[in-house]
Design a protein around this ligand. Structure first.
Ligand code: PHE
Length: 460
């Protein structure tokens, strides 16, 4: 018994994790905030009706995002293991809940495949912005510049591999010295840059129209498909339903207040999305762009916006640097899922796990990098690989993972264990709140996600 206790506690001591409260917050927020806020949120909001979409997204964040995120972090911290092992040891023997973690690993590869390509465009744009080659107030010029990048297979691949090497390098340094140290430095810079840009955009002539697009709802735009898109965005944004938050939860400190940290992360994440919307939509209207332009929105509007303002060159470099920063924190957390599983379950050394993940990703990811060029006509279910991986992860794997997690916590793990875990073994007085949360996790969230998935996918 004593022998076993000593082994367990020294194994826990040896495991790398986040070292300070601010570090926990920076890394978790670093995972949530990313291209989802600056690239996906604006273009999806633009394409799906503006404010009404925003409203559905907010509801999804509260009713689905919050309970799932708290559950994941809680399970990770309770088990202190990777996403697969955590569910293996928390679940009764023989029950296959660990599949949530396994599908999480799959989702990590799918997401990272297209995510690293968007990040590749962002990193490329940092350098192009510095050189001034993409700066033009003529939308035709900025669209052509973006189209040229996407259609160039060599550039697309090389930038993607460059991004992968960069992220791999940080991951090699470990959890506290890599992920935590880097996000702690970068997140404050990100907030500062975004505020500067938001203020600048609000001073543009067309600002009012952009704001009213973002804040006046048009309920006729809400369809079952739009609701699923909004919910998928909530999963994607909060990095939930695929094991990232289980993994990060396992690095949380024991005295960290999980519900409060989750609320803070959600609030800050929303704030960043709103700031990104405020920086982009006024500009879109001011320059007569189409708000429903799709994934290329950020890459063609932003350069045009900056081209026509004083010190635009500097602002544009700042914008893409900040987007690169946001993407970095998120990519670290996506890759940490497979890396930690390889280390935790298969006993592979961290450097080998990182290397193996990168190689596999370079292979799978290249199908997304080439989706705009050599593989443009290669389609499954009518979608190229880039769009397919995006849809499958946000609309299938993550919501299904969310349902499974809620069912596990609500029906298998149970209230007593949840209360113990979320009150830090009785140190926090939050019983009333936890009872309400448990009810939502047990009934509301899983049912809601199921309904949205089935209707959004056209089952009824
Ligand atoms: N939340 C990240 C973003 O918004 C993306 C992400 C998805 C990160 C899933 C981790 C896991 O960009």
């Amino acid at each position: 018994m004593t022998q076993q206790n000593t082994t367990t506690s020294s194994a826990k001591l040896a495991r790398d994790g986040f070292t300070s409260s601010f570090g926990v917050l920076a890394a978790t927020l670093g995972s949530a905030v990313g291209l989802g806020n600056i690239w996906k949120f604006p273009y999806l909001t633009g394409a799906n009706g503006g404010a009404s979409f925003l409203l559905v997204y907010l509801l999804a964040t509260l009713l689905v995002g919050l309970p799932v995120m708290i559950s994941e972090i809680m399970l990770g911290r309770a088990a202190k293991r990777d996403a697969v092992s955590s569910l293996k040891i928390l679940a009764p023997a023989g029950q296959p809940w660990w599949l949530i973690g396994a599908f999480g690993v799959l989702a990590a590869f799918l997401i990272m495949s297209f995510y690293s390509e968007v990040a590749a465009w962002v990193f490329a744009y940092v350098f192009k912005a510095m050189g001034g080659s993409i700066l033009s107030s003529d939308p035709a010029v900025t669209s052509a510049a973006f189209a040229a990048l996407v259609a160039d297979p060599v550039q697309s691949l090389l930038w993607q591999w460059g991004v992968l090497l960069f992220i791999g390098g940080i991951l090699l340094l470990g959890v506290s010295k890599g992920i935590e140290a880097v996000t702690k430095k970068l997140m404050p810079v990100l907030f500062l840059l975004l505020i500067v840009l938001g203020v600048r955009s609000l001073m543009l002539p067309g600002a009012a129209q952009g704001l009213s697009f973002l804040f006046t709802p048009d309920f006729s735009k809400i369809t079952a498909g739009v609701v699923l898109t909004a919910m998928g965005l909530a999963f994607f944004k909060l990095s939930i339903g695929m094991g990232t938050m289980i993994t990060y939860g396992s690095y949380f400190k024991d005295d960290q207040n999980i519900p409060l940290t989750t609320l803070r992360v959600m609030g800050a994440d929303l704030f960043v999305s709103m700031l990104a919307g405020i920086a982009i939509f006024p500009a879109v209207f001011s320059f007569g762009f189409e708000p429903a332009a799709g994934p290329s929105l950020v890459f063609i509007t932003i350069p045009a916006v900056f081209a026509s303002m004083p010190f635009g060159h500097v602002f544009m470099v700042l914008f893409f640097v900040l987007t690169a920063i946001a993407a970095t924190g998120a990519m670290l957390s996506i890759l940490e899922v497979p890396v930690s599983v390889m280390v935790g379950r298969f006993g592979v050394s961290r450097p080998r796990a990182v290397l193996f993940t990168l190689l596999l990703l370079a292979a799978i990811g290249s199908t997304c990098a080439l989706s705009g060029s050599l593989l443009a006509d290669f389609k499954l279910f009518g979608l190229n690989m880039f769009d397919l991986f995006d849809e499958v992860s946000s609309k299938l794997i993550m919501p299904a993972g969310g349902i499974a997690l809620c069912l596990f916590v609500g029906w298998v793990w149970g209230f007593d264990r949840m209360r113990d875990a979320l009150s830090n073994h009785g140190q926090l007085q939050n019983e009333g709140l936890l009872r309400a949360l448990f009810f939502v996790i047990r009934y509301v969230t899983p049912l809601l996600v199921l309904l949205v998935m089935l209707s959004g996918l056209g089952v009824f």
